[in-house]
Design a protein around this ligand. Structure first.
Ligand SMILES: *Cc1c(COP(=O)(O)O)cnc(C)c1O
Length: 385
């Protein structure tokens, strides 16, 4: 029985705590590929490290506890975890994805799984009624992100899960942008949660990792089989780093969100800014739903500058905020979705889903808020044409 009740304590004491052999307060890095067996069929629970490694097991049990699922699985990247989840399906199956899904998720479906006869369709998952009509017999899962990348569109997770259950199909939620500290999809009725743990869970931009959590023993068994059979596992050292990152998730997220709210307000009041996308604003799309299903609006912001501003100049003028792919680290990052994270989506499709060439995405870090605002201020001023 756990000696704590609060989520903040689970971040630090959850999963496997410390090392029972030495009393070390951290789970050691078991840098080994195999485990000696005492006799045929007699082992201590560990055989070969693709199948299971104690350091990886620590992060897997931790994420399962945090997401309130039956079992967790750690992979070498977010895409490896999404690939493992998509390996649950077979030729003839169709998967619905939300329109603003991560570019890599679209790419793996379009360029790899489609070759194996698994089809996909982009749908507006914010409109539950029209979505219901699109659930043909071959649809076997709905894969969503909320808020979704990069327009921070909010989808009603419980609403999707209800429709999916009626049809006997799976709800898969990519919870990368929120983390279990802000939103727990399995509690809202989803079946599977995936993470790019590269982002907030790792939190320090020093690691590539992915996690999956499932809500039934049956899915746990199938995912465990896929993980062992395909082998895209997280290494022991990276598992250790991820556990280390997760311990401070609560305090980091609080600061990320506080900073993001202030930056979003600053941008909205700036006369050079055309539009700000931030789910923490009371007039944002899906605000009420987000408030119901998540603790707050998170720390990602997208915005567009007015036409007279030169976007290239804006990016090159930033001094503190780094122009880089990725998000969720302690340092603030900026990116240009149409040429970076979403470049794998054809231009026509990008325009259709609203990812304009003027769109700028910010991952707000935990620096001093004054420095972030000063940097944005001088870069916007520099880019005025
Ligand atoms: C980054 C990201 C991924 C892919 O994760 P990797 O760790 O880069 O493989 C998937 N989904 C979302 C929402 C992401 O931001």
């Amino acid at each position: 029985m756990a000696h704590y009740e609060k989520f903040e304590s689970a971040l630090i004491h959850g999963g496997v705590y410390g090392d029972k052999f030495t009393g070390a307060v951290n789970v050691p890095i078991y840098q080994t590929s195999t485990f000696e067996q005492e006799g045929l069929g007699q082992h201590k629970g560990w055989e070969y490290a693709r199948t299971g490694n104690p350091t990886r097991h620590a992060v897997e049990t931790l994420i399962a506890e945090l997401e309130q699922g039956k079992a967790g699985f750690a992979f070498s990247s977010g895409m490896a975890s999404i690939t493992a989840v998509l390996s649950l399906f077979q030729s003839g199956d169709r998967i619905i994805i939300s329109k603003n899904v991560y570019g890599g998720t679209f790419r793996v479906l379009d360029k790899i799984f489609r070759n194996f006869g698994i089809s996909y369709a982009f749908e507006d998952t914010t409109d539950l009624n029209s979505l219901k009509e699109r659930l043909t017999e071959d649809v076997k899962a709905i894969l969503i992100e909320s808020p979704a990348n990069p327009l921070l569109t909010v989808t009603d997770i419980a609403g999707i899960a209800t429709i999916a259950k009626e049809k006997g199909i799976l709800t898969i939620v990519d919870n990368t942008f929120m983390t279990p500290y802000l939103q727990r999809p399995l509690e809202l009725g989803a079946d599977i949660v995936v993470h790019s743990a590269t982002k907030y869970l790792g939190g320090h931009s020093d690691l590539i990792a992915g996690l999956v959590v499932v809500n039934t023993e049956e899915l746990a068994e199938r995912l465990g089989f896929i993980q062992n059979a395909t082998g895209g596992i997280l290494a022991p050292f990276d598992s250790f780093l991820l556990v280390r990152g997760i311990k401070t998730l609560g305090v980091r997220m609080d600061r990320h969100v506080e900073n993001a709210f202030n930056v979003a307000k600053y941008l909205r009041n700036h006369e050079g800014v055309k539009k700000v996308y931030y789910p923490g604003f009371a007039d944002a799309q899906g605000y009420e739903i987000n408030q119901k299903q998540a603790k707050n609006g998170g720390a990602m912001i997208s915005f567009e500058l007015k036409e007279k501003y030169n976007i290239n100049k804006f990016f090159s003028s930033l001094r503190l905020i780094a122009l880089a792919e990725s998000l969720g680290g302690v340092e603030s990052l900026v990116c240009h979705p149409s040429t970076m994270t979403h470049a794998s989506i054809p231009e026509e499709k990008r325009q259709e889903i609203g990812i304009s060439d003027a769109l700028i995405r910010l991952s707000i870090g935990i620096e001093g808020i004054e420095d972030l605002i000063l940097d944005l201020e001088q870069a916007i001023a520099e880019s005025e044409g």
